[in-house]
Ligand binder design. Structure first.
Ligand SMILES: NC(=O)c1ccc[n+]([C@@H]2O[C@H](COP(=O)([O-])OP(=O)(O)OC[C@H]3O[C@@H](n4cnc5c(N)ncnc54)[C@H](O)[C@@H]3O)[C@@H](O)[C@H]2O)c1
Ligand SMILES: [Zn+2]
Length: 353
């Protein structure tokens, strides 16, 4: 098992990579807390993993309850958050107790949000079980829910007590979910790591599962460094993690069939196209990113119209004074933040691409 410490003054926490969920009680024993634990998970993950975890926690004397939500992005809303808060209250949880988020990014964002606002904030432990959540969503303390017209528009920064990743859980993930995770890994490579980008180019896709541990470790290290230097996205550093997400979120909210990672893949290509057209990056970089996206089974286009896209981007959290601000790639491992792009330019470039 590897341990990476995220250093954030009073809110520092460890990330354990490669811990067997069957033995999770041993880890909890080390951390002071009340006796109640509420596990928040979704139907798919619950069927696979919640029993092992409950058993291990009960064996160390914890009182465990579980709340199972419907899988998918549609659960990241106020109604489900309200039901969860009600559950915390009825279970009699106090500030010393712990919420566990067991699942993908949807569960991590939602459970983290509930933990952040219940009794003005209680402890939560993230146990991400998708590739996307292990390399991205479970690190950095961003929690939240969606509004019908925009992604993650409600939320709080709330750092976890600790994070536990069992790489073996990735063995039960459907291929489409693995591909989603690859979108965030490609993003991480483009913004910060030429070494990772080259590795992804050389890797045989059929061998991917052999390298999950390494990919997760590399991405966690990169994200933790970014988060440490700009915890609340105030210094313009953390913003780099949004590459692909300005278009990506707009595609995701309008598309009937694309998930988060797939939308980000389309977003990275659209945004790199703008970078190329604005003379910020080479055509080669644009083509290299398309090749990687295709190689890892992700879409390069969506059927969302340019006008719908522009409409949704207005609600993007990064917009300032009505103008959209993009993170655009300059070369592999380097991006430029805060690039303003007008709605007219978006209409033109999106249609062209
Ligand atoms: N907070 C952040 O910093 C951050 C960063 C990136 C993404 N996100 C959010 O993450 C969400 C996407 O996360 P996701 O892709 O993990 O989606 P998800 O949570 O919907 O999980 C995808 C699917 O995989 C299933 N699943 C999860 N683990 C499994 C396992 N081990 N075996 C079999 N099936 C499993 C789930 O039931 C679900 O059907 C989006 O809402 C996005 O906004 C947040
Ligand atoms: Zn993302």
């Amino acid at each position: 098992m590897k341990k990476i410490e995220v250093s954030l003054n009073s809110k520092s926490y460890p990330i354990y990579i490669g811990c067997s969920l069957k033995k999770i009680g041993d880890l909890f024993r080390k951390y002071p807390a009340g006796e109640k634990i509420l596990i928040i998970t979704d139907e798919n993950v619950s069927n696979l993993y919640s029993e092992n975890i409950s058993r291990s926690l009960i064996s160390i004397g914890k009182k465990v309850d579980i709340f199972v939500i419907k899988p998918g992005e549609a659960s990241k809303n106020f109604e489900v958050a309200y039901e969860l808060l009600k559950k915390c209250s009825l279970f009699g949880m106090d500030r010393s107790d712990i919420i566990i988020a067991l699942g993908g990014g949807v569960v991590c964002d939602l459970a983290g949000f509930v933990a952040a606002i219940y009794l003005r904030g209680i402890k939560f432990v993230s146990i991400p079980t998708t590739l996307l959540a292990q390399v991205d969503a479970s690190i950095g303390g961003k929690t939240g829910i969606n509004l019908p017209w925009g992604k993650n528009l409600i939320g709080v920064f709330h750092q976890p007590y600790f994070v536990v990743m069992d790489i073996q859980t990735l063995n039960t993930l459907p291929e489409r979910e693995i591909n989603q995770g690859m979108a965030e890994i490609i993003k991480t490579a483009v913004i910060r790591s030429k070494k990772l980008f080259t590795f992804l180019q050389k890797l045989e896709k059929s061998q991917l599962h052999r390298f999950f541990s390494r990919l997760v470790y590399e991405c966690v290290l990169i994200k933790k460094r970014v988060v440490e230097s700009d915890e609340k996205e105030e210094k313009g550093i953390r913003e780099i993690l949004n590459f692909g997400h300005t278009f990506g979120h707009a595609v995701e909210i309008n598309s009937k069939n694309l998930n988060h990672g797939e939308s980000v893949a389309v977003g990275m290509i659209g945004e790199t196209y703008i970078a190329f057209k604005k003379g910020l990056c080479s055509q080669k970089l644009f083509k290299d990113i398309i090749s990687l996206v295709e190689k890892y089974g992700l879409p390069t286009r969506s059927d969302v119209s340019a006008s719908k896209l522009v409409d949704s981007i207005r609600y993007d959290k990064k917009a300032k004074g009505g103008r959209s601000r993009f993170v655009l790639p300059v070369r592999v491992g380097a991006v430029k933040t805060g690039v303003e792009v007008s709605p007219e330019e978006i209409l033109l470039y999106w249609e062209k691409w």
